[in-house]
Design a protein around this ligand. Structure first.
Ligand SMILES: [Zn+2]
Length: 283
């Protein structure tokens, strides 16, 4: 599988000279399973660049097919959706999976942000591509683009956010953005989802001080991400979803702190990197 990062920022895009290395776009990650297919994890503003890159291939000829997994519907996870160009090409097919209580509810949320009061061009139904939408039942594995996918809800604000585990050919990737654990660390169901993953892409919005200051926002600190990686016994931790106000130097400091904590707390064998827009990772 190949992972590519298109947007790694939380809450709101943060372009500018202080964020050029890690990037300013909000959450979007693509995963290409071995043997073809495409899974898109969240549709923050990073989805715009992903969409443009896809137009060079089958999606530009109306022959593309992909699945989109949405962790939840906060702005930084769906705002790139109306700007994802392959959705406007008849013949392309998209299967959208998310965590609302029903498919109709999820469709209503996506439709809502494209209402004429917010968006000038099209409604969800008239974009052009074939779109089907399904609500994911937690804990029930489904097959997406030839991969086994399981989901579990992490605590996050009032609605929670889905974390996804994607497995193929003995390899596993977990995407866990937006996770606000309590003082006890990640719940047992989350640890079970992370267990032994080759790659854990984990919310690392804050320093521990900012995590405390903004506890009601439901995000993780780098310390929480490290605790989740150690509890799950993962092979590699990728920090993700940085606060919009953090500069590249501040994200460097988050990564350095994460490395130090892993070494101190029994996670010396766990590799660590900070997700950066444009970076790829082979699993
Ligand atoms: Zn959120």
């Amino acid at each position: 599988m190949e992972i590519a990062f298109w947007g790694v920022r939380g809450s709101i895009p943060a372009p500018g000279p202080a964020t050029v290395r890690y990037g300013g776009n909000t959450s979007c990650v693509s995963l290409r399973p071995a043997g073809g297919g495409l899974i898109v994890l969240d549709c923050g503003t990073g989805a715009r660049n992903l969409g443009m890159s896809l137009m060079e291939g089958a999606f530009g000829q109306g022959r593309g097919e992909a699945s989109i997994l949405l962790s939840h519907a906060h702005w930084d996870h769906i705002q790139g959706f109306p700007f994802f160009v392959p959705l406007y090409y008849p013949g392309n097919k998209f299967h959208i999976y998310g965590g609302a209580q029903s498919s109709a509810m999820l469709e209503g949320i996506l439709e809502g942000q494209m209402a004429p009061q917010y968006f000038p061009v099209q409604t969800l139904k008239n974009m052009g591509a074939g779109i089907d939408i399904a609500a994911i039942a937690e804990g029930k594995p489904i097959v997406v683009s030839g991969c086994a996918v399981r989901a579990c809800t992490n605590p996050h604000g009032r609605s929670g956010a889905l974390a996804f585990r994607i497995e193929q050919g003995g390899r596993s990737v977990v995407y866990a953005s937006d996770a606000g654990y309590g003082t006890g660390g990640p719940p047992a169901a989350s640890v079970a989802l992370y267990r032994g993953a080759d790659v854990l892409i984990h919310d690392s919005t804050y320093t521990p001080e900012d995590r405390q200051r903004y506890a009601d926002r439901g995000f993780s600190s780098v310390d929480d991400a490290v605790a989740a990686a150690i509890a799950g016994g993962v092979k590699r931790l990728v920090l993700f979803h940085y606060d919009q106000d953090y500069s590249d130097a501040e994200v460097d400091a988050l990564c350095a702190r994460g490395r130090r904590l892993l070494d101190e707390r029994g996670g010396r064998d766990i590799e660590l990197q900070g997700a950066a827009e444009g970076a790829t990772l082979e699993v």
